[in-house]
Design a protein around this ligand. Structure first.
Ligand code: ZN
Length: 279
């Protein structure tokens, strides 16, 4: 069984969200969500997005689309709901909203917030984890937290109107932090203890050819179903499971270092399959 993660890049349609530093919140949030989607290990997670373009089902009514997102996650039976936004209004840092009642929503918010801070180096904006019940609502003000039937959070990556925050803003890093927060919440191994840049795979390689890799580049490797891919030295090349037969190899060592990558078939000894050399 896999956990169902509903990713919700905020805004869309005629609603760009906040704007600042020449960027639109709706586009930045989508960039992060797409990368989270690509990073979540497929052997543990199934992920869906509330939108995968700037369009929403009814572009002219972004407000009623919030209920559509919550309903969709409820009908799908999502295990968790993660909304991704950028803040505005004169501040700096990241923050994560959880449900007023706390519970698992608070645990998830804490895990995402702490992993984002670790992956990006950004500071928290005031209290790292907050609730929003102040704008005249009895319970949760945020629709996607109030109307969802599973632990839900809303992460504000940073302030789009802060030049300092936007100089730091990098969708790869935020995606790594959010994906790791989700992994941590479910007790799934984190994607990289060294905070490697979560770039999309550049190439799909075959599994027998030695590879010269730039530091922090990522290759996607396909193995036989049921085979385990492992690294002889995870300080140099990190192997991350994606699905039962797909793996990411991330070059995390320094120039000139090399590490063997091994394949293990069930009941067999590990066999060295290829060598990764850091360029
Ligand atoms: Zn927003």
């Amino acid at each position: 069984m896999s956990y169902k993660v509903y990713l919700d890049p905020g805004h869309g349609g005629i609603d760009p969200g906040a704007e600042g530093c020449g960027k639109k919140e709706s586009a930045c949030a989508l960039a992060v969500a797409r990368k989270v989607m690509a990073l979540l290990p497929g052997r543990y997670f199934e992920a869906r997005m509330s939108r995968n373009s700037q369009n929403i089902p009814d572009n002219n009514h972004p407000n009623s689309d919030l209920n559509r997102r919550a309903r969709e996650a409820n009908n799908w039976g999502a295990t968790i709901f993660v909304s991704i936004h950028l803040n505005a209004g004169g501040g700096t840092g990241a923050e994560t909203y959880c449900a007023v009642c706390g519970g698992q929503s608070r645990v998830l918010a804490r895990d995402i917030q702490s992993q984002v801070q670790a992956a990006t180096g950004i500071k928290a904006h005031g209290d790292p984890v907050k609730t929003d019940n102040i704008r005249g609502a009895a319970g949760d003000y945020l629709c996607v937290i109030r109307e969802t039937a599973m632990p839900a959070v809303l992460h504000e990556c940073c302030f789009i109107d802060s030049a300092a925050d936007m100089a730091r803003f990098n969708p790869d890093r935020w995606a790594l932090g959010i994906a790791n927060g989700i992994c941590k919440y479910f007790g799934v191994p984190l994607l990289s203890s060294r905070g490697a840049s979560a770039t999309y795979p550049e190439k799909i390689c075959d599994t027998t050819k030695d590879m010269d890799m730039s530091r922090l580049s990522v290759y996607q490797v396909r193995t036989f179903h049921g085979a385990q891919l492992s690294s002889g030295n995870s300080q140099i090349a990190l192997v991350i499971p994606r699905t039962s037969d797909l793996w990411f190899v991330v070059a995390v060592g320094n120039s000139g270092q090399s590490a063997g990558i091994y394949t293990t078939l069930p009941g067999k000894k590990a066999v060295k399959t290829f060598t990764v050399k850091i360029k």
